[in-house]
Write a protein that binds this ligand. Structure first.
Ligand code: PNS
Length: 167
């Protein structure tokens, strides 16, 4: 087995939109590894609220203080994307036991597809363990307070989305 002395970590997700829970994982990965790629899944079947361009812009804004993190879009298999960017590690956040089963399935399938890529999990910060993009969108849609869950730019973008669409 080859030992690699560099790690390029990929933090994948839909990021529709990025939350402070995502950002916490990206910041911690950026502390641990020399290079981090945020992989934004283009998945038309999921009908995201934000376009790919909007999601990428909001992530770029949120990670502006991190000089070893870049943002790239992908479609298709995550392991193909990780190989394409010369990555060797997938980093994901775990919020609760309920996340574990699906994450375990994905990690094992990814391992089967590309055994040289490892998956690592970080426990989310306690204050974000209840947080998801879906919850944020639901609260924002009905005018609830989300200021401590997302960046000011995401909060603003959500307000704009819901002020021009049906509630
Ligand atoms: O933020 P999400 O929607 O929970 O992220 C899920 C994501 C993007 C990590 C996952 O859907 C994914 O890896 N999709 C790419 C397709 C793929 O590789 N599927 C096989 C994994 S078993």
């Amino acid at each position: 087995m080859t030992k690699r002395n560099t790690t390029k970590a990929v933090c994948p997700g839909s990021f529709d939109p990025i939350t402070k829970g995502h950002l916490d994982i990206i910041e911690r990965a950026a502390e641990l590894f020399p290079s981090v790629v945020v992989g934004v899944l283009e998945n038309p079947s999921k009908k995201p609220l934000f376009t790919l361009e909007e999601r990428v812009r909001l992530i770029n804004n949120a990670i502006a203080h991190l000089d070893n993190v870049e943002v790239t879009c992908f479609s298709g298999l995550l392991v193909d994307f990780v190989n394409k960017v010369n990555g060797n590690l997938i980093v994901k956040g775990l919020r609760a036991i309920s996340d574990f089963e699906i994450e375990f399935q994905m990690a094992l399938n990814n391992k089967r597809l590309s055994p040289e890529i490892e998956t690592m999990f970080m426990m989310t910060k306690n204050e974000y363990s209840f947080l998801s993009s879906s919850m944020v969108k639901e609260i924002a849609r009905y005018g609830g307070d989300i200021h401590d869950l997302v960046t000011p730019e995401v909060e603003q973008a959500l307000k704009q989305k819901f002020s021009v669409s049906d509630k």
